[in-house]
Design a protein around this ligand. Structure first.
Ligand SMILES: [Zn+2]
Length: 136
């Protein structure tokens, strides 16, 4: 038995398919409420950021804590079985994330990561978005 339960597995697969996730929807709702206008998953940008603010040259990723290994987060627990498989997968994810951030910065985009676990707190997300995006 794998330690990843059915819900987690569906969430992970959801991310792979690029389906909208609940945390992502929360961030969009908050950005909208704050008056920021954005585009979604703009093709051609490294890592396909979840929210894109073209005029500001800012992008936001909403990252799942498990899949993207949120440092120190309880949701980024280590699997107890299939360890080699998961270790390899996580390494690939982290390498891909890092490459995307580097490419974005190199081409003048300013990326922000909002973690899934942070999305439980609307005010925290609002503060993070405002700090990243600046005045309206
Ligand atoms: Zn987290």
């Amino acid at each position: 038995m794998d330690i990843v339960d059915q819900a987690t597995r569906s969430r992970i697969m959801g991310r792979i398919r690029g389906k909208d996730t609940k945390p992502e929807l929360a961030v969009r709702r908050i950005a909208h409420r704050l008056g920021y206008r954005y585009r979604l998953h703009r093709a051609g940008l490294p890592g396909r950021p979840d929210l894109v603010f073209p005029g500001r040259r800012k992008v936001v990723f909403v990252h799942g804590c498990y899949w993207h290994r949120h440092p120190g987060c309880r949701y980024a627990y280590s699997p107890k079985s299939n360890i080699d498989f998961w270790t390899q997968k996580f390494e690939n994810n982290l390498r891909r994330d890092l490459a995307a951030l580097t490419q974005l910065r190199d081409s003048g985009w300013d990326p922000l990561i909002i973690w899934e676990c942070e999305c439980a707190n609307d005010e925290f997300v609002a503060a993070k978005l405002t700090a990243h995006l600046g005045g309206r």
